[in-house]
Ligand binder design. Structure first.
Ligand code: URA
Length: 240
């Protein structure tokens, strides 16, 4: 699925350069560059937030350009736009994007996997609101092998800080002698929730990775890599 592109003259008009008609004239006059190449033909499509457009050598971009990104956060990176201890943060991995984006929710520094980033504050708020019931899916390596009763406790809800967790979907994917791999889906976003839930059943988490956020999946995205959400994913998150 391709990123959403718009015609170059529309992009220019949205950036406040000139009307679409006058922007076409600027293009014909050879004053416009896309990704470092002078463009003089009509019909060029650009992707806001991705393609770099210059007019008379000056970078331009639409004022209200909304960007939606999915990143595979490696272990050790902080989910923030700035860290007071100077540690690397998720936005350090997305330097090519000019918009001021920020993470939707958070993953612990020692948790890896899917994190969404956007500059659409309204949508970010909606996505993290518990009433939205967006399931987040985690793969957890835990110590030992949880028995049926322990798995049922995770599913039904566990008391954490005086409040029960909402029902979760939990499966054992594999067990070894010393540890097991669990597939856990929760729709809340309480602090260190998966780790605390597993600790409560005496099977502490050794490693945690988030692989999906609702219908948005990490797929083959390598740790440290990111991509824009495709049209289908955008329709999905906007429909929530
Ligand atoms: N649950 C956790 O314990 N940590 C995370 O980073 C996410 C969910």
């Amino acid at each position: 699925m391709k990123d959403k592109g718009i015609r170059l003259q529309k992009f220019m008009a949205m950036s406040g350069v000139a009307s679409r008609r006058a922007s076409e004239d600027l293009i014909k006059e050879g004053k416009v560059q896309v990704n470092g190449r002078v463009v003089t033909e009509m019909g060029v499509i650009v992707v806001p937030g991705k393609d770099k457009v210059k007019v008379d050598g000056v970078n331009i971009r639409p004022e209200s350009n909304k960007v939606y990104i999915v990143l595979n956060k490696p272990v050790g990176i902080v989910t923030s736009v700035k860290d007071e201890k100077g540690r690397a943060v998720v936005t350090d991995l997305i330097e090519e994007v000019d918009e001021r984006i920020y993470p939707v929710g958070r993953l612990d520094a020692d948790t890896s996997g899917l994190i969404l980033l956007t500059n659409d504050g309204e949508l970010a708020y909606k996505l993290t609101h518990p009433s939205k019931m967006v399931y987040k899916r985690y793969i957890a390596i835990v110590e030992g092998v949880p028995n049926k009763g322990e798995l049922e406790r995770l599913r039904k809800g566990i008391r954490l800080e005086g409040r029960m967790t909402a029902p979760a979907k939990v499966k054992i994917l594999k067990n070894f002698d010393e540890d097991s791999i669990l597939d856990i889906q929760i729709h809340e976003g309480r602090n260190r929730q998966v780790k605390k839930m597993c600790e409560k059943i005496n099977h502490p988490v050794k490693k945690l990775k988030r692989i999906s956020f609702g219908e948005i999946e990490l797929g083959g995205l390598e740790p440290g890599n990111w991509r824009y959400l495709n049209d289908e994913e955008l329709d999905y998150i906007k429909s929530l």
